[in-house]
Design a protein around this ligand. Sequence first.
Ligand code: KIV
Length: 267
Amino acid sequence: MKPTESKPLSLADLQAMKRNGEKISCLTAYDASFSALIDQAGIDVILVGDSLGMTVQGHASTLPVTLQDMVYHSQCVARARTRSFIIADLPFMSYATPLMAAKNAAQLMRTGTVQMIKMEGANTETLRFLVAQGIPVCGHLGLLPQHINQLGHYTVQGKQADEAQNIINDALALQQSGAQLLVLECVPASLAKTISAQLTIPVIGIGAGIDCDGQILVIYDLLNISPNKPPRFAKNFLAEATSIADAISRYHQAVKQCQFPALAHSF
Ligand code: KIV
């Protein structure tokens, strides 16, 4: 149910925030109730993340999530928002070829009514193909949860100089190929600072330090109700809040005022 009609934020609004030095607040949501609370708190971006495979579906990783799951949860979220910009993840193996990626992204945008899709890694060929079809793309570098079986563990990426340089090169290549937003997950704060300064597109960090252009958390980590142990970069905003709405609002203010993440949440 939409309490008041207002225009959703656009990519141009998010890009203007970067230019003006205003931090971008982002959270994941998977259903209408959380979407409405997040939207009403003034959070700029809602990500319908494939983290729903772990938080909602109880899987050990994001790999079992299907495109149908993503469409369903995107629809639930989209029905309840009025202002927040909505991004949805393309799930594991749904963008293995440029054509598959375009078909699946189109379904998420048409029936899931999301404004942008996110895909992990530095596949610039697929990215350029999507952008040429008019599909806005958010890149995702650093820790790539869909690669967990290659990685072995959910750990910080880019600690060695050569790994850090590869991430910088990939970030520049994604921007060059048309990505309009970038999520950086679990990288040293100094590396995220360098990338945020070099890129003209907004860089949204999760476990990437205070110097990114915006921050994102999984909503269940912010409320400390994830079935799994919360990651070091998450903070329990419910601990000092009077309600879930208040916890989300405290997170929003903390991001806008550069008070989150603290050093304790960074690498
Ligand atoms: O799926 C997800 O929730 C994500 C965030 C962790 C950025 O990709």
